[in-house]
Design a protein around this ligand. Structure first.
Ligand SMILES: O=C1O[C@H](COP(=O)(O)O)[C@@H](O)[C@H](O)[C@H]1O
Length: 233
């Protein structure tokens, strides 16, 4: 993976910079803009900003399609839901058509839900022949080196055929995650990394350490890492 890093002063500056960058990316695309969101706590401020002026007015929401890079297998109104977080911070406040939302299913079994999510991804991909699955894949970096819900030591790290897979046992709740082939099928991949507790893992990511899940991503285009000063090696 080739990478470039941009270091911002603090989490607020990081979120503002990525909001501008995301807006420019969206405006540069002529048709649909497919964005796969990350969950957890780091991107929440970014989502709040995109739902506020001036980003809210300038984003071409009618052309934006939202996906999720991973999901916790809990109802959407559960405090741990990645979809719920994005709905509360962003989606509820912007004029995005409901048909443009592609949440990860969280009903049935995790395995069935992963298969249904993959079918949804493949349907969407078929609507944009010649283009990558996503225009932008947002990713986080866990303190254990996980990204999306690709956790150290799990079978999901070896999956090269399926685009979405259930991950059982890595966390108390099942997870559904995009696999490397889906994460890598994106025009732009951006990691958002903030906080001193991420510093050691960010250092390993910068060194291309394939011993951590985030370091095994092999995107064909350079990956951008947006980090705050506390996280920057
Ligand atoms: O569990 C998760 O963790 C990662 C990292 O989250 P962060 O709060 O430490 O930034 C996140 O990217 C992923 O979507 C989430 O489900």
């Amino acid at each position: 993976m080739t990478q470039r890093i941009e270091v911002l002063a603090d989490p607020e500056a990081l979120a503002r910079h990525v909001a501008d960058w995301t807006l420019q990316l969206a405006l540069s695309r002529p048709g649909t803009v497919a964005i796969a969101l990350s969950g957890g706590s780091t991107p929440k401020r970014l989502y709040h900003l995109l739902a506020a002026s001036p980003w809210r007015e300038r984003m071409p929401w009618d052309r934006v399609h939202l996906f999720w890079g991973d999901e916790r297998f809990v109802p959407a109104d559960h405090p741990d839901s990645n979809q719920g977080m994005a709905r509360g911070a962003l989606i509820a406040h912007v004029p995005i058509p409901p048909a443009n939302l592609h949440p990860v299913p969280v009903d049935g079994t995790p395995e069935e839900a992963a298969r249904r999510y993959e079918a949804e991804l493949r349907r969407f991909a078929a609507t944009r022949p010649g283009l990558p699955l996503f225009d932008l894949q947002l990713l986080g970096l866990g303190p254990d080196g996980h990204t999306a819900s690709l956790f150290p030591g799990t079978a999901a790290l070896e999956e090269r055929a399926a685009w979405a897979i259930a991950v059982i046992g890595a966390k108390p709740e099942p997870r559904i995650t995009l696999t490397y082939p889906a994460l890598e099928n994106s025009a732009e991949v951006a990691f958002l990394v903030a906080g001193a507790d991420k510093r050691a893992m960010l250092q390993r990511l910068r060194e291309g350490d394939r011993g951590i899940p985030a370091g095994r991503l092999s995107a064909s285009r350079p990956v951008t890492i947006f980090a705050d000063r506390a996280a920057a090696p």
